[in-house]
Design a protein around this ligand. Structure first.
Ligand SMILES: Cc1cc2nc3c(=O)[nH]c(=O)nc-3n(C[C@H](O)[C@H](O)[C@H](O)COP(=O)(O)O)c2cc1C
Length: 222
């Protein structure tokens, strides 16, 4: 693999928010996770575990979360209480504009925005969703390890020709997921990742984000 190949793979990954129903072959799924195992972590503690939900089971879980969300408040294991300001707020707005613009949803179309958000809870109709957990009691440092694991997973999916989307929204109702899958309390749900074959006709998949200039993020010292 050349550096150009890696650059192309990294740039080819983008968030996919509309999927075909056909499942990914079990051997491909296994290969993706076998690759991601090789992500680095502090002291090689590998603080990640994954629950993979597929097919009808995923649709049922999505409906359970959608039903719960109508009356229940979000209660993520890892609080989502950071208010984005200044540059970060501008970038957040930029990504929302890209998505809602592609979907033809205007700024004051609250019902349209709500419906677009709710699609998150059904993993955008993907045939698979991976729920990524951090062990009980682990914090920011180990969450950084999890970020590397998630990106490695996403790139492995891209290399297999799959679409994917990391979704914090899939971590908003962790109790519903624990109950549905019969999981114990303790491990902290960080995010979900929907994946499968992209529905290229879905308007959400026309959204394109940009990135800050290199000079905005890199300071070199001699
Ligand atoms: C940890 C994490 C959580 C995210 N949560 C969501 C989410 O809940 N819903 C969503 O539509 N996109 C979500 N995204 C996707 C981001 O919006 C997306 O990565 C960003 O806008 C850049 O676009 P790109 O992935 O197409 O390059 C998330 C991404 C990450 C890394």
């Amino acid at each position: 693999m050349t550096p150009q190949d890696f650059d192309a793979l990294t740039r080819a990954r983008r968030s996919v928010r509309g999927y075909r129903a056909d499942p990914v072959a079990p051997e491909i799924i296994e290969q993706i996770f076998a690759t991601a195992l090789w992500a680095p972590s502090n002291c090689n503690v590998q603080p990640w575990s994954v629950h993979l939900v597929s097919g009808d089971g995923l649709r049922a879980l999505g409906q359970a979360m959608i039903t719960h969300a109508k009356t229940g408040s979000p209660a993520p294991d890892v609080p989502m209480d950071t208010a984005y300001r200044d540059t970060y707020r501008a970038r957040q707005i930029g990504s929302a504009k890209a998505l809602y613009g592609a979907m033809g949803i205007t700024r004051d179309d609250h019902a349209g925005r709500q419906a677009a958000f709710t699609r998150n809870l059904d993993a955008f109709g993907a045939p698979h969703a991976a729920f990524v957990y951090l062990p009980e009691g682990f914090g920011t440092r180990e969450a950084a390890d999890l970020g590397g694991f998630v990106q490695t997973l996403l790139l492995a999916m891209t290399a297999q020709g799959l679409g994917s989307c990391a979704q914090g929204a899939l971590s908003l109702y962790p109790e519903v997921i624990r109950k549905h899958l019969g999981l114990p309390a303790g491990p902290q749900l960080m995010c979900g990742i929907s994946f499968g074959y992209e529905d290229t006709a879905h308007p959400a998949n026309a959204a394109q984000t940009d990135r800050a200039a290199l000079s905005d993020i890199l300071t070199q010292h001699n």
